[in-house]
Ligand binder design. Structure first.
Ligand SMILES: Nc1ncnc2c1ncn2[C@@H]1O[C@H](COP(=O)(O)OP(=O)(O)O)[C@@H](O)[C@H]1O
Ligand SMILES: [Mg+2]
Length: 267
């Protein structure tokens, strides 16, 4: 096994070896081509290939996710979309900056600006002033076609639920370090959650969110704000690199369950 492989690739390698599936690894491990008999299956990035194209697109788009959840009455943090003015005047109206300033004015505790299709906490800015807003918007638009603005909320706790259909396979809370964000890449630690009231509430909300966008295999982040749980984001790629350092068997079991679904094996 190549030592530089991501956990995701290692887990798929192991599954394929144990199930007589031929695996070709391409593009430095980002493209995985599996074959068993007539069955051809791909994994790409952190996408194991179980979700419909539209569910994947909705989950990858923070503003679309928030819109759909709001439509379905699932509590979530609002994410308002602003397209990059470089896309042209026909696409992006002239009033975008004024609209951002209104949001800044309406949220005295601040706003969070981040890429609409971001992951891992990259280019996520918390800000309260116009100067900070211009800096953040410049940074995000230098690399992204769209950004989202949310009201800044004081997150009391953040929990990740990995679901396969309606079944929670992994539930952990993210204990943040010195940073205000809860990304594991930014130093937060995953702590597995015991059964109980909080576990039940988080799983129920995650299942409601997954059903709302029609996603089968996903990791769903929920946050508690003023005592109430809301959805922060849905990731259609299930990334467990940090979790695997602490709980390798659980991670393998989770990818095994998803791949059993792919290859039609009863569990
Ligand atoms: N509106 C917000 N208010 C407070 N904290 C936020 C807000 N949005 C994001 N965060 C924090 O920043 C982290 C990264 O944001 P997230 O929406 O998950 O983007 P990414 O896809 O980059 O992980 C979250 O885990 C959360 O702790
Ligand atoms: Mg996140």
């Amino acid at each position: 096994m190549a030592s530089g492989d991501r956990i995701f690739v290692q887990a798929i390698r192991r599954y394929c070896a144990n199930h007589g599936i031929r695996l070709d690894v391409r593009a430095d491990g980002w493209l995985l081509a599996m074959r068993r008999g007539e069955t051809r299956h791909f994994a790409f990035g952190y996408d194991i290939g179980l979700n419909s194209a539209i569910a994947h697109r909705l989950a990858n788009d923070k503003s679309a996710t928030a819109e759909v959840l709001a439509l379905e009455g699932v509590p979530c943090i609002p994410h308002l979309l602003f397209l990059n003015p470089k896309l042209g005047r026909n696409v992006v109206g002239a009033a975008w900056r004024e609209a951002m300033l209104v949001l800044l004015h309406d949220n005295p505790k601040g706003v969070v600006v981040k890429p609409n299709e971001g992951t891992s906490g990259r280019s996520v800015f918390k800000l309260t002033t116009e100067v900070e807003l211009d800096h953040a918007v410049g940074e995000v638009f230098s690399m992204n076609a769209g950004l989202v603005i949310s009201p800044y909320v004081a997150i009391e706790s953040e929990v990740r639920v990995v679901l396969l259909d309606d079944e929670p396979l992994v539930v952990y809370s993210k204990q943040r370090g010195s940073d205000w964000r809860h990304n594991l890449d930014a130093g937060a630690k995953p702590v597995l959650m015991e059964d109980g009231e909080v576990h039940t509430a988080c799983v129920k909300l995650a299942v409601d969110a997954a059903r709302a966008i029609g996603i089968a295999f996903a990791s769903i982040d929920v946050v508690r704000v003023d005592g109430a749980w809301q959805v922060l984001e849905i990731n259609s790629g299930v990334m467990m690199e940090a979790l695997a350092k602490l709980h390798p068997e659980l991670v393998q079991k989770t990818y095994d369950a998803a791949l059993d679904r792919v290859f039609g094996e009863a569990r």
